[in-house]
Structures are given as C-alpha cells and as structure tokens.
Design a protein around this ligand. Sequence first.
Ligand code: ADP
Ligand code: MG
Length: 349
Amino acid sequence: MFAPPQPHAKAAAALGLIARCKPPMCSVLTARRLQRPFVTDPIISIQGLTKTYASGFQALKGIDLDIREGEIFALLGPNGAGKTTLISIICGIVTASAGRVLVGGYDIVRDYRKTRAMIGLVPQELATDSFETPLATCRYSRGLFGRKPNPAHIEKTLKQLSLWDKRNGMIMALSGGMKRRLMIAKALSHEPRVLFLDEPTAGVDVELRKDMWALVEELRRDGVTIILTTHYIEEAEAMADRVGVINHGDLILVEEKAALMQKMGQKRMVLDLTEPLAAIPNRFTALGLELANEGRQLVYTYDTQAERTGITSLLSDLRDEGIRFRDLTTKQSSLEEIFVSLVHAGDVS
Ligand SMILES: Nc1ncnc2c1ncn2[C@@H]1O[C@H](COP(=O)(O)OP(=O)(O)O)[C@@H](O)[C@H]1O
Ligand SMILES: [Mg+2]
C-alpha cells in the first residue's frame, strides 16, 4: 500500500552524502549509496532543533534525533515538555528557530510540499467537520495532498478503522471514539510513509486504548513509520520499539524499549539487619551487595529474568555468617520509576 522509498541523487545530496566526501572515494561511495535501497537511512533526521516562541519561551533546546523507517517510536514526556512543538515543526505547522529536519531525505522548509505529503498527522485536539461524511472527509484530505483518487485505499482504511459502515453518515453522529478513529483514517488517506499520533489515547477508555494499540501494530505491518507522543508509560511499553524521553525541551534519553525493559527486570531485596554491619564480609563481594542506612540494611540487586536469582543461597550464606535480619522486602524498578527519576533529575538541574 505504501510506495517503496526511491534512491534519489537529490536526496543524497540533501543529506550531504555527496558534498562531504572527496574524490576518488566520492564516486565509489556515491555509487554504492545510490544503489542501496534508501531504507537504511533514517526516514526522519532532526539536527540541532530549537524553538523559541514569540513570548520568549524556549520550548525546544537543541533536539538531535533520527527515526528509522518502519519503527514505532514513542516520545514520552510530561505536559509542556515540547512534544507537540516538535511534531508541529516536522509537519510544517510551527517554524523552527534553528536546526534542520529532513523527511525521506528532503528538507522540511525547502521541500515542504514533498515532506508534508509523506506525513500523516493525527493532532492532539479532535477537529472534524461535523456536517461532512467520513468518506467525503477522507477523499477530500487525499486530494489536498495532490494524490489521485484511490477508492480502494480509502475503503481499506475505513474498514481497518471499523468506520466503513458509517462512511455515509454525518460525522457529528459518530461517538468520540469513532471520531478519533476517523482522524486516523483521514491522516492515512494520502498513503503517508510516516504517521504522527499526538496523544492518541488521552482521555480514551481502556477498551479503546487496546484497539488503538492493535491498530498501530497493523499499520506497522503495512510498513508505516509511527511516532506517537504520550504521557502514559504503559502505552510506550505496549507499542514502541524505541522510547525517547523529553523534558523541558531536552531529549534526555533515547533507548530501545527492550533495553529499558531489561532495566525494569532489576529487583532489589532489602534486608533490615538485627545488628548493624560495619562492612560486608568478603565472601559476598562477588554478589554486589550494598550496605545502606548506616549499615542497618543490606541491599541485594538481582535480575528477575535470570534463571537463578541467587536468593536462596544468599540467605543460607548469611545465616552461616551469623548475619540475621528482622524483615525482608523486595522492590521492582519500573519504567515509570526510570522515567520519573529522569524527569526529576532534569527539574533539579
Ligand atoms: N504558541 C505558543 N506560544 C508560547 N508558548 C507556547 C506556544 N505553544 C506551546 N507553548 C509552550 O511550549 C511548551 C511546550 O508545549 P507543547 O509542545 O505543547 O508541550 P507538550 O505537547 O509536550 O505538552 C509549553 O510550556 C507551552 O506552554
Ligand atoms: Mg502536546
């Protein structure tokens, strides 16, 4: 359904691939680059992006980020972090103060029409024309991007979003959830390669949120690159391949979700000792035990996904050493905690 990206000399030049290298390497590299399908290059490349609004408020403070073709990227951040500003710049709704953005190798300012046509945007605020029908809205939106009519594509999209039965009714008769899905259908009408979902499930019930996750998965199978913003951590956990955390206009972390989940796999066991310890006996050094609370607590960090946590042998070794404890608690570090501590660290600096 989505046209494969074209190797393109102009795009390569725009990326600085030709200009940067000198002969004789240049001809070799250029030829190799142009033969290779473009999929290995980022679909979106953001460099040194800043935004200072007319009020003097700096909403983005130098964002560098590459989005890979076909990935689902979740941009996590509290309200006011700069998520919508970042998306709005990429979509050409807000002008950047400095930096540059390439979409499919094209500059969003110089080649605005080309880049905008590659993008589908589902904005944070619902905005639909109440007196239109879903079908007309989708057809019209497709035409706006200069695409020839494609009834089969519109039909597929409306069916995918369970709106086909409602295609000829008034939009105002749709439920809130249906209106939200229509916004997505509309954004997909011109077959974009990249879809932005700005807070797709804010204020949406759990059922609908699950539907949205399933839909995103389906779109991924169609090869659409998806960037979604959210302040729900579980949403990023459920859907994303990679997660970026933004706070006060700074991108403070970009990581594969799997790596973040591994961090979540860490668990801490805290033993409240009967007698404080001055030092950890040598036989325990390999386990990475730590003393806390002036020697009154012994902390053991272990991987919950490991085959053996080592807890049983640790407890019997402690008994052998005559180290006794009154209480034992375990605590799992969650993505939520990682997120909160990152954002909090940003607030302090
Ligand atoms: N047009 C504007 N003029 C001045 N400040 C703005 C404007 N739009 C957004 N802001 C401010 O920029 C910051 C980032 O906003 P936004 O990008 O909407 O954040 P998010 O989407 O992460 O909640 C906020 O503090 C917001 O108040
Ligand atoms: Mg926002």
